[in-house]
Design a protein around this ligand. Structure first.
Ligand SMILES: [Zn+2]
Length: 321
């Protein structure tokens, strides 16, 4: 537990994921608010209860929870809170929290189609959908009150919702204009670069979101705000937010240029690029590494550096001459 300012307290909650602990924030506004709720594991609950007790608080004291996004390390813990604590979040959380059979089928089909376009091997396509096996970490509760760009959060005056899609379509951050404090979720992290993760479009007749291009736009949105301090979803607070954003944007551009050089050597499929970018982890983390690869390819296409050609359902990427 770290004391941040008069109204914001940071708690670190263990998760079952490689990322390690997740940060959740207690804000004593007019309503007692928790931003993100940690993971739905016995250890997650134990540490949450213990850390709250050190602040003289009980789970049952909370009026509301605000979700930065739907990922289970942030949202799973909403189940620990009684019904009277309202859950706020972007409307796009809902399909992931409800996780209906229909949505699971949509996900399977989405990953199958993307996998085929990129020429991912069949046995690996099956493991692209991380949500198939992670049901037990997903909350049973869902969002009760939707937030969108520009909203003030009831009971939390001074904070405004900034939509920051990219890492997740549901991602929002909370910005306090009076002192430039940002509660950033996974939009920007101190040590890790957040993966822009592929998700199906919100409506089936839309084309799929381009998560890295979206993510970069959302980072640029933060560049327009004077941010004094970012309280992030994992790891330490970020004091020079704009410098880190510029550093990350430049590093990502460099990585994309590396991909362009691979394609200068010869036209290739997305999966071939993925294997070269992540030779040691692509088999273990196929969903994440494919998301990252598609992100770089989308980015280069957006810049007009490369193009893709449909060859019997498989995309062949090459440089634009
Ligand atoms: Zn996340």
């Amino acid at each position: 537990m770290t004391r941040l300012d008069a109204e914001i307290e940071k708690l670190s909650i263990p998760t079952p994921y490689a990322v390690g602990d997740v940060n959740v924030y207690v804000i004593k506004g007019e309503a007692l608010t928790l931003v993100d709720a940690g993971s739905r594991t016995p250890e997650g609950k134990e540490v949450l209860v213990k850390s709250l007790r050190e602040l003289g608080l009980l789970i049952s004291d909370f009026d509301q929870i605000v979700l930065t996004h739907h990922h289970p390390d942030h949202a799973g813990g909403i189940d620990f809170f009684p019904e009277q604590a309202t859950v706020f979040g972007h409307a796009y959380n809902q399909r992931w929290l409800e996780l209906t059979e229909e949505f699971k089928e949509t996900l399977d089909l989405f990953y199958l189609n993307i996998g085929k376009e990129l020429d991912v091997s069949e046995e690996m396509i099956a493991s692209m959908n991380n949500y198939r096996g992670s049901g037990r970490y997903i909350s049973k509760r869902t969002v009760q009150s939707f937030l969108q760009e520009g909203d003030e959060i009831p009971g939390l005056s001074g904070f405004r919702v900034i939509e920051t899609p990219g890492h997740a379509q549901s991602h929002i951050s909370l910005y306090r204009e009076s002192d430039g404090v940002m509660i950033g979720g996974d939009h920007l992290l101190d040590k890790i670069s957040p993966n822009p993760i592929l998700e199906p479009p919100i409506s089936p007749n839309e084309s799929r979101p381009e998560p890295l291009n979206q993510y970069n736009n959302s980072l640029r949105k933060w560049l327009e705000l004077p941010i004094s301090l970012t309280h992030s979803g994992h790891g330490r607070d970020i004091s020079d937010t704009h410098a880190l954003i510029n550093h990350n944007l430049a590093r990502q551009h460099g990585r994309a240029m590396q991909v362009k050089r691979m394609l200068e050597a010869r036209p290739q499929t997305g999966f071939e690029i993925c294997k070269q970018l992540f030779p040691r982890v692509y088999q273990r983390e196929v969903g994440l590494t494919i998301s990252e690869t598609v992100g770089q390819l989308d980015y280069l296409e957006f810049l007009g550096e490369i193009k893709k050609e449909d060859q019997n359902g498989i995309y062949m990427y090459s440089v634009n001459s």
